[in-house]
Design a protein around this ligand. Structure first.
Ligand code: ZN
Length: 187
């Protein structure tokens, strides 16, 4: 605790400078290439040197109260059906795991997680919206096979082409549903 208090006195720039120096101590040796330097710097953001920043921010959320929450479809207050369900999503800054409560509206036959909605996470899948946007950008511009290869080059993760197919199909379906919804309103 005393150590933490001490660290608070440094500016963010000081801390980043110190972190950069430590990284250089660890990673730099004669013959280190620019690529190795860049990848080490990128890894820092993803939590290679400690807990990733996303987890730290998520831990600041107020603990979820197990009270009834409004169903997003009908607005009726629905009690918790299951507590502390774990979800892991891949984010731009690496994987993050958190727990949240599940509610199920019998009237609408619709299950929902208020915390996911608060965070505006996609209801399904293992990716955050930011990552999903990028996956989709790859998926609409190339065949899925090629997407996986390009993705690995950009983000250093080897994913199967199925990741791209699933996101493209799901988002495609959502668009179709939204279009049909609009048509209904206008007719
Ligand atoms: Zn409902």
């Amino acid at each position: 605790m005393a150590r933490k208090k001490g660290l608070n006195q440094y500016s963010k720039a000081d801390l980043l400078r110190e972190l950069a120096e430590r990284l250089a101590d660890e990673k730099f040796h004669d013959g280190t290439t620019m690529s190795e330097m860049e990848l080490a710097a990128e890894g820092l953001m993803k939590g290679d040197a400690g807990p990733p920043p996303i987890a730290a921010m998520l831990s600041r959320m107020k603990p979820e109260k197990p009270t009834a929450k409004a169903c997003p479809k009908c607005g009726k207050r629905i009690p918790v059906k299951a507590r502390d369900r774990e979800r892991t999503v891949e984010s731009l800054a690496g994987p993050v795991t958190f727990k949240r409560n599940y509610h199920y509206c019998e009237t609408c036959k619709y299950g929902f997680y208020p915390v996911d909605r608060l965070l505006m996470l996609p209801e399904e899948g293992d990716l955050t919206s930011e990552l999903e946007k990028r996956v989709l950008d790859f998926a609409v511009n190339d065949v899925y096979e090629q997407c996986a290869a390009c993705w690995e080059l950009h983000y250093g993760q080897r994913w199967s082409e199925n990741v791209f197919r699933r996101v493209a199909e799901r988002v495609g379906n959502q668009c179709t549903e939204a279009d049909q919804g609009r048509t209904k309103v206008h007719s």
